[in-house]
Every structure is written in C-alpha cells, then in structure tokens.
Design a binder for this molecule. Structure first.
Ligand code: B16
Ligand code: MG
Length: 218
C-alpha cells in the first residue's frame, strides 16, 4: 500500500523552469553558446554545476574555463535566478497541486521533497508550503544527483517508509530514472514519450488526484 509521496519541485509543484531558462539562457548568450529546445529540456532536474557543464559541452567549450571561472558563472546565474523567483507567491503553485497536497495531509499520507535545487527551501517558503512536508532532502549532502537514485532513496528515508510504499512525482526523464532506481513507484507529469519509463503517466498537474492515481494503479 502506498503511504507516502516524494515530490520533485521544479515542474511538479511550481514552474521555476521558466526562470532557470531565462537565467541560463542569459549566461549562454554571454558565453556564445547557442540555446536550443533540446538543451533546455536536458537541463530539467540536473543540478547547478551539472547544468553548466551541459551548456558548456553543447557549445564545445567544456575545456575553455577553469573551475573557479565555472563557479563564478554558476553563482552569477544563481543571483539572476534568485532575483526572478523572489516574487513567487502561493498563486504560483501549479494547477491542482495545492489541493492534492491538502488531500494528502487530510488523509494522513506523508510527503517529502526531492529537488535538486538548493533554492528549494526558499521556494517552498514563498509558496506557503513548508509545513505541508515532513522534510526536504538537502541536495548539498548528495554524492550524485538525478538520474542517480540517491535523492529519492533519501526522500523515502525522510518519510520513514520502504520505497515500495512511496510514489515519486517527476516532470523530468532524469528524475523518473532516479525514482525507478530507488524502487519507488514513478509518476511522470508531462509528455508521455519523454517520460516513457514512468510507471504512471499524467499529462499535467491538474490530473494528479488520489482517485486518478488509484484508478491507474489497478
Ligand atoms: P538550483 P528540480 C532542479 O529542480 C531544476 O529542474 C534544474 O533545472 C536546476 O538546475 C536544479 O534544480 C538546481 O537548482 O540552481 O536552484 O540549485 O526539478 O529537481 O526540483
Ligand atoms: Mg523537475
């Protein structure tokens, strides 16, 4: 029986991807790396330094900068990003997700957050959701980010549940791979061809309810 839910943040609880895109794209332009929709999609769920490496690689510049320069670029992107997310309010929670989290809280399901974002506590606070979760995995303590299973393994530990009693919710292929590797039930939100590895697929967040999940689990 399912007793808990591990939530990705960006793309599941709120659409911060658009702000990541603005900030990364600005940096890419400064570095003369061409921005493409494929590059944009591939950054979903990937941690900050990993995202920067993918951008540099896309432009053939993976060996062009020192580690200190790369850390400077990542910090510059994050400053821009934090500026963009500082206006978030509870109205920025994706459709249906506030009601779903309320439903989980009311019915005694436990929920945790498995986000690659070091800004996750700030974002949850802006959205008024901090108290809805048992806990948040601190991505700074991970050995490997998504698609490695570690972050979703830790999210189940926070819930104090075995993985098979946990559903992981994700919008990114890297995240679905992490959930599957952790032995949890994977619920993909978005394009079912991109998220073909998910156990359950939902086209958008508005469809995510306990009743719809139960219907698909049969
Ligand atoms: P930060 P998620 C991920 O969030 C984003 O999808 C990804 O684009 C971003 O690079 C990553 O967080 C790190 O974010 O720079 O704020 O630490 O989807 O795992 O909730
Ligand atoms: Mg995501």
């Amino acid at each position: 029986d399912i007793k808990g839910f591990a939530f990705d943040l960006d793309g599941v609880i709120t659409d911060t991807a658009k702000f990541h895109t603005v900030a990364w794209r600005h940096l890419a332009e400064q570095l003369q790396v061409t921005w493409t929709p494929e590059l944009q999609e591939s950054l979903k769920g990937i941690d900050r330094m990993g995202s920067l490496e993918m951008i540099l690689q896309a432009g053939g510049k993976e060996n062009a900068y020192t580690q200190a320069e790369k850390e400077g670029f990542a910090a510059w992107k994050n400053e821009h990003y934090v500026e963009l997310i500082s206006d978030l309010t509870p109205d920025d929670i994706l459709p249906g997700i506030a009601a779903f989290i309320q439903e989980l809280n009311d019915k005694g399901y436990r929920a945790s957050v498995a986000s690659a974002s070091k800004n996750a506590p700030f974002i949850l606070d802006r959205l008024g959701l901090t108290d809805s979760f048992v806990g948040i995995v601190d991505p700074a303590t991970l050995h490997a980010g998504k698609p490695d299973p570690e972050i979703f393994v830790r999210a189940a530990e926070i819930l104090n549940l075995p993985p098979e009693q946990v559903i992981g919710l994700e919008d990114a292929a890297a995240g679905i791979a992490s959930i599957n590797g952790a032995g949890e039930v994977s619920l993909g939100i978005g394009d079912a061809t991109v998220l073909a590895a998910a156990d359950l697929n939902f086209a958008n967040t508005a469809e995510v309810t306990l009743a719809n999940i139960a219907a698909k689990l049969d």
